[in-house]
Design a protein around this ligand. Sequence first.
Ligand code: APR
Ligand code: PHB
Length: 392
Amino acid sequence: MKTQVVIIGAGPSGLLLGQLLHNAGIENIILERVTPDYVLGRIRAGVLEEGFVDMVREAGVAERMDLEGLPHGGFQIAFNDELRRIDLHKYSQGKQVVVYGQTEITADLMEARTDSGAESLYEVGNVSIHDVTEDSPYVLYEKDGEELRIDCDYVAGCDGFHGVSRQTIPESVRTEYEKIYHVGWLGVLSDTPPIDDELIYGISEKGFFLCSMRSKTRSRYYVDVSLDEKVEDWSDERFWKELGNRLPESVRDNLVTGPSLEKSIAPLRSFVCEPMQYGRLFLVGDAAHIVPPTGAKGLNLASSDVNYLYRIMLKVFKENRPEATEQYSTLCLRRIWHAERFSWWMTSMLHNLGDGFERRIMESQLDYYTGTEEGLKVIAKQYVGLPYEEVE
Ligand code: APR
Ligand code: PHB
């Protein structure tokens, strides 16, 4: 087989990139290790920056998101039993975020891919990437017991943190930066109305909490837990009690509890791999970077990488400018490090990670950044997402 771009991974990065390239007449094949249902079973965040929303619109897959997504012009931060509002409209020149689950986006993109007739191969094994520093790379994979080969011009590694793409870049070429936080988020999804119209991030004596949502009837809540905790030890009752204990009094009574649809613990991690390009191979999304979820930047960073790679591929294939690929890593990494810093900072300000001294510093930061015009601007502008740069 032969194609222009082999995309490894059918998560949001791979599917969005695939759709954009296909619409532009750039042929691509997606290779995914698991089944579509397995991909759709993963519960992830769902706060979309304008940049992401625009990309989904550009890909022509925005119909349901535009109908069902909930625009949010602000969110709240709770500390010392008090709620402070971050007015996103006011402090980021009218911008906002849209709450629409990653699962829904992924489902919409999968459906569009099927309708487009572009090739996606699910349940493929042993993907390996070859000759990316030559002019004619190829990808090997196994399907139904057979070993197959696709020749291509470029490979997009959209295969998440545990994929093969990053490992294909020799260790002597790549540098990995990592920070582990020694806590996890215990999350519960339930068909109950959200506690508030807006998201509430908070810190109490007992720890961090986040009240989020998927729709007006489906809520997503989190509390932070130590990494030795096991999800089996958290009955629904225990979770609701713990969350209730962390909420400010003024909203506690609004909490509607119900059976959990999903419950899981996700460890917090910051990670960046540099560079994100090796010859004709590009790392995209979680394959190259991870942020802790405080700030909801994971999916949005994936979309900024897709934005840059897509526009570079247009230059390569439509303007015959192969040298355009050289800017990929630099463009992506500038935005990624800003989001890494923001996510790390929000995490350190909203989790009890240190001693009494650090706790006081957190309070001081929270007070300053949620209580002054300059501080509110800093949070709002980064929460709605920094703009994408031009591709040359
Ligand atoms: N071969 C083929 N597919 C693979 C391989 C492999 N060796 N390894 C992983 N994959 C697939 C996974 O099964 C998964 O479906 O790649 C996909 C990667 O998807 P994600 O992990 O969702 O990564 P990405 O598309 O970059 O999305 C980033 O999703 O992970 C969240 O928090 C993250 O919101 C962010 C966004
Ligand atoms: C979520 O709804 O799952 C969510 C929202 C905001 C975050 C993280 C997760 O910062």
